[in-house]
Design a protein around this ligand. Structure first.
Ligand SMILES: O=C(O)CCC(=O)C(=O)O
Ligand SMILES: [Fe+2]
Length: 381
């Protein structure tokens, strides 16, 4: 049903049970060790997200690693951050398994012309995670509000693999109805229950056509790990923040040590592929001099503005962008269909200063032009 009604697929028991359990413990301990509450962009105002979050960069990336380290601060709303940690070993192991599933699913699906493609001489894999963002929700009151993920480094039509560990929570997806269709249909909300060790793959168009959230719940089902911490030589969570972990061989585990601690925590890990043609150095800057963010034109505003001249969106100095409304040439003939006959999505680069300067950004925006900006797939690249 998920695949039938949304651009997502849902996969149960994705990891070997022991690995899922161990990864849960590892992430819970890391979260307790100092993950931050992020600021979130929500309906034109900033709110502090009522859950904790962390950002990881894959370790064997070589030169690329430094660049994505720079990008990490945008995960934290533009706040400069320490160098993000590498994937812990269990996360690396999980990622390897997840990548195979994602690539199998992607090969079954239609591809979009603006979507990332590997070069013609190395056609596989289609998707390889190079960063991961993780969330920790403790109890039913910790949530994330409606949003679609920023595309600044993911580029158009991204694929994001989202792993759930621990307590079962509802993942809500709601489609965004373009303005011209609002009289014909209403948005629909799909509530998907995500148990421990399940994977949601948000395929291409999920970020363009839908918003997602983890809504609050008045009660959550307690998660009982299949193995105690001591089975993995991990010390009790109670002592983990105050004293160094005590290693114990599993065979010596007796009495209290084998007790399984029930938990009300859900850990989410979103594995992401940050595109080489959207690396931080290539992000355009606004009049404030800071890198802009990339967002899809979910409501089809650009196409509608194009038919209403002159181009002006919010009036005054804030409509200074506009450069991309005209002058594309590639896609707007044929009723917005591109050369592959698909209804082409448009994207805005917009000023991100509101996140850092209490809403006092320059308001600059421009329409993204993939080819004019030197991005996208090139034959033999
Ligand atoms: O916890 C989840 O499943 C969703 C998290 C999310 O939407 C995000 O990190 O962008
Ligand atoms: Fe998200």
């Amino acid at each position: 049903m998920v695949a039938q009604h949304t651009p997502c697929t849902l996969h149960f028991s994705i990891l070997p049970p022991e690995l899922a359990c161990k990864l849960f413990y590892t992430m819970v301990d890391l979260a307790r060790g100092g993950w931050k509450r992020n600021k979130w962009w929500l309906f034109e105002r900033m709110v502090e997200s009522p859950h904790r979050t962390a950002f990881f960069v894959r370790k064997d990336l070589g030169r690329e690693r430094a660049e994505w380290t720079e990008a990490a601060q945008y995960w934290y709303n533009g706040t400069p951050t320490d160098i993000p940690p590498a994937f812990p070993p269990e996360m690396e192991e999980a990622c390897y398994i997840i990548e195979r599933v994602v690539n199998t699913e992607m090969r079954k699906r239609k591809r979009f012309s603006m979507e990332w493609r590997p070069s013609s001489d190395t056609p596989e894999p289609l998707w390889q995670a190079n960063v991961a963002a993780s969330n920790c929700y403790e109890g039913g009151k910790e949530t994330v509000g409606w949003h679609s993920d920023q595309l600044t480094y993911l580029g158009p039509y991204p694929t994001i693999a989202s792993l759930s560990l621990g307590t079962r929570r509802t993942f809500s997806l709601r489609d965004v109805v373009p303005a011209e269709e609002q009289e014909k249909r209403h948005a629909r909300t799909y509530n998907i229950s995500l148990p421990h060790n399940s994977l949601v793959i948000m395929h291409a168009t999920t970020q363009e056509r839908f918003k997602h959230s983890i809504p609050p719940q008045s009660a959550v089902d307690i998660y009982k790990p299949i193995l105690p911490r001591s089975a993995f030589n991990i010390s009790s969570s109670h002592s983990s923040s105050s004293s160094p972990p005590k290693s114990k061989p599993a065979s010596k585990v007796v009495g209290e040590d084998v007790k399984i601690e029930p938990s009300n925590i859900r850990i989410n890990i979103t594995f992401r592929f940050y595109r080489p043609d959207f690396r931080p150095q290539s992000t355009p800057r606004c009049k404030c001099g800071i890198p802009m963010i990339l967002r899809p034109d979910m409501k089809n505003t650009i196409a509608r503005e194009k038919t209403r001249k002159p181009a002006s969106r919010s009036g005054g100095a804030s409509s200074v962008g506009g450069s991309g409304i005209d002058g594309r040439g590639s896609s707007d003939e044929g009723g917005g269909l591109n050369v592959d006959g698909e209804q082409e999505m448009k994207y805005w680069w917009t000023c991100y200063a509101y996140a850092q300067k209490e809403g006092k950004g320059c308001g600059f925006w421009k329409v993204m032009d993939l080819h004019a900006e030197g991005r996208g797939w090139k034959e033999g690249a």
